[in-house]
Design a protein around this ligand. Structure first.
Ligand SMILES: *Cc1c(COP(=O)(O)O)cnc(C)c1O
Length: 354
């Protein structure tokens, strides 16, 4: 018997950050700087942990069919919007594609960017059309609108991963108006918006074709719990939950996420830490760094390649992301996120010694 898997899963797939125990031998894995995954280096607050523990005692029961408490905490925090949830924003992305796109239809993706849009769209049987940004990584609205002709769904990340820059809300509005007639929905991925001063929520009030994806994984320090959500137009909400995997957000994660939303000081402290260190990176790293609205920075390491630099830094106990795998980006970039003080110092010392 010859068994077979779908051609799209025979190779490729999501690229995961290296782990401390995969580093070249002889290193103290407790002193490895983990700057490759854009996580928040600060653990969640004690009351967030306690909210999760309390719910763990009820683990024999399924969660609510929709995480109502989390959704009402989100409404309380951000306003009275239609909100959907999933297992990380990755789960939300997958479900939105499943809800809107028929296999064979076109999904447009602004590049270079986060790889999961392509992976999820391809897995669904959609065809992906890439729309390159300008050389300075800004978005050309006219070009984007043209590329959305005939597409069902388009992905735009702001602040963008891995380039770090945000798209001004006026440009997003122009795109939304430009693609409206063709029936294309824009998925605006705002995974890093809490680090920036950008506010896209007012666009929800007037645009019926906007989905704003958000996550508890980055600024809110809950990457390990897998909670994502999105602001969606009213017409999409019931269809989303029909398409979703049942009980995608577990009770422990939902309770901890609801508690974390009230933790304003955690976000404010994280923002202060990140902006202080982004300024230090820009000033002290002896390679060109790009301006960032997120908690990471894109660094040009030419004439070395990103792969070479990431390997050399790994030998010095610093994990960063080589950007080679990002479609539409040259091979001489690395992406480095802001970690703990000692991690950032270890990184600056290591890169400047090369
Ligand atoms: C991290 C990230 C996400 C997904 O985060 P989840 O952990 O799945 O919530 C989505 N989009 C971008 C651009 C990201 O960098």
């Amino acid at each position: 018997m010859k068994y077979s898997v779908r051609s799209c899963f025979r190779e490729g797939g999501y690229i995961y950050a290296k782990k401390a125990d995969e580093l070249p031998g002889g290193q103290d894995t407790n002193r490895v700087a983990r700057l490759a995954s854009n996580e928040n280096p600060f653990p969640p607050s004690q009351h967030v942990i306690e909210a999760g523990i309390e719910e763990l005692a009820l683990a024999n029961r399924y969660p609510d069919e929709r995480p109502y408490r989390l959704i009402s905490a989100l409404r309380e925090r951000y306003g009275d919007y239609h909100i959907v949830t999933g297992a990380g924003m990755d789960g939300v992305i997958e479900t939105i594609i499943r809800t809107i796109v028929e296999p064979g239809e076109v999904v447009a993706v602004s590049t270079p960017t986060f790889s999961f849009y392509r992976i999820a769209a391809t897995a669904h049987g959609a065809s992906v059309r890439t729309v390159p940004r300008r050389d300075d990584f800004s978005v050309d609205a006219d070009r984007f609108i043209d590329a959305c002709q005939g597409a069902r769904l388009a992905f735009l990340a702001s602040p963008n991963n891995p380039t770090g820059n945000g798209v001004p809300p006026e440009v997003v509005r122009a795109i939304l108006e430009g693609i409206e007639k063709s029936g294309c929905v824009l998925f605006l991925d705002a995974a890093y918006v809490e680090f920036s001063d950008l506010d896209y929520l007012p666009l929800m009030d007037t645009c019926g074709n906007l989905v704003i994806g958000r996550t508890m994984s980055k600024a809110y320090s809950l990457a390990g719990l897998r909670v994502g959500y999105a602001f969606v137009p009213g017409w999409l909400e019931p269809c989303y939950f029909r398409a979703a995997t049942p009980f995608a957000v577990n009770r422990v994660s939902a309770a901890a996420a609801a508690a974390a939303l009230g933790d304003r000081e955690h976000i404010a402290g994280t923002r202060r830490h990140v902006s202080r260190w982004l300024a230090e990176f820009a000033e002290r790293v002896r390679c060109p760094t790009y301006p960032s609205d997120a908690n990471f920075v894109l660094i040009d390491v030419a004439p070395r390649t990103g792969d070479e630099m990431a390997d050399m830094l790994a030998e010095r106990g610093v994990l960063v992301r080589s950007c080679r795998s990002f479609t539409g980006l040259a091979d001489h970039y690395i992406r480095v996120c802001v970690g703990d003080d000692w991690e950032n110092e270890q990184f600056i010392e290591a890169i400047n010694s090369l």
